[in-house]
Structures are given as C-alpha cells and as structure tokens.
Design a binder for this molecule. Sequence first.
Ligand code: 5GP
Ligand code: ZN
Length: 116
Amino acid sequence: MDGTGCIFCRIASGQMAADIVAEDDLVVAFRDLSAQAPTHILLIPRQHLRSAAELTEEHGPMLGRLFATAARLALDEGVARDGFRVVTNSGPAAGQSVDHLHFHLLGGRSFSWPPG
Ligand code: 5GP
Ligand code: ZN
C-alpha cells in the first residue's frame, strides 16, 4: 500500500490539519486527537509503513531521528524527569487503529505495567 487515503500520510503532507509540534525531512510529530495523558504526541515517519512489523535495518536513520525527536519533545513538554512512555501498537491484537507506523509519546501521569 502506498499510503493513498491514509490519514497520517495526509497529515504529514499538510492535506489534513493537525497540531504539529515537530517536523523535518524524515518524521512528523503531532498531538493525538484523543489524548490519553496530559502529554500525548504521535511520532510518524513521512514514509508510509503499515506498522513496526515492516521495519528493517534500513529504517535506522529514520528511527534514530524519530526517537531523538521524542526525547527532545519529552524535555520540551516537561515530562522527561518524572518519566514518560514511548509505545507502538502493531496489529489488531495490540489495538492498532491507524495503519501508518506511529509511536505514542505519553507523559504527565503515571502508567501501569504490564499494559492492558
Ligand atoms: P493506535 O490505536 O493505532 O495505536 O493509535 C492511533 C491514534 O491516532 C489514536 O490514539 C487516535 O486518537 C489517533 N488519531 C486517529 N485519528 C487521528 C487524527 O485524525 N488526528 C490526530 N491528531 N490523531 C488521530
Ligand atoms: Zn500513511
């Protein structure tokens, strides 16, 4: 699938509005429409990948950028010191609802473990 009709591709290309907090040539970060924590940001590659199941070693530079962006945003949001969570849901059993790879950056409250 090339991403035609994908809502996160539409956000990355500017065709659809989102509260974007960071973007560069490889990744885009924007606030989740339905925040589950005081800080809830989604980080996506500009490239359409369906989930983490499609990742290979060649995605290393994009993933490095994405996690460095997550770390910087955690600092900016003031959640780095107390702690935060970065998580990706891959596939139906994990609850993935948008089929464009994305990482949730969650912070500003405590999280239980293991996840439900
Ligand atoms: P998943 O359930 O696939 O792990 O996460 C998808 C996330 O995307 C959900 O947390 C949902 O609230 C968010 N989401 C779905 N559609 C939109 C949208 O159009 N804009 C934004 N900003 N977030 C969205
Ligand atoms: Zn997409």
